[in-house]
Design a binder for this molecule. Sequence first.
Ligand code: ZN
Length: 192
Amino acid sequence: MNIVNVGYDSTNYYIIETKNGKLLVDCGWPGTLQKFMGVLKRKGISFQEIKFLLVTHFHPDHAGLLQELKNKGIKLILPECQIDFIPPFAGFFHGKNYPYVPISSNDNLVLKLEDSRKFLASIGLSGEILHTPGHSDDSVTLVLDEGFAFTGDLHPSFMNIDDATTRASWNKIHQHKITQIFPGHGDSTTNY
Ligand SMILES: [Zn+2]
């Protein structure tokens, strides 16, 4: 499986190859589209190949660029458990000088998590999306059956969090056979 880290500004963004085009996991701050394009160019990835976007949670360094990407033709895969977090997300940028483009709500691919395996299969990926609160209530983890987990900012040692909710989310992730974690920040490692 081809997974490329196309991150910048100390956050990781991952591109996963599927049989129906590429899936991007997380995206950058508002107004950083040119930076993103530059990274893609350096990594030899064509923007047009990116068909889908999933964000692990609605924080500025993971979803700020979201609507700008949608406006260029990328479809947002939106787990139902994240829907209510979109309106307050705009509040991160309120009164600050960010070129945030508000996220439209009527053109997303809304997904019940129990249907995520079926949806992922339809784009050629074998895995599922789990609700993994802890870092934030809207956090999700993409788990691929090859043993990969895209955990966003759930990582306890990075965020210095070890509460019951976070632990329960890690337990949920580790019910799957995970061999490699792809975190939102820092290096991928097997030691989570
Ligand atoms: Zn983050």
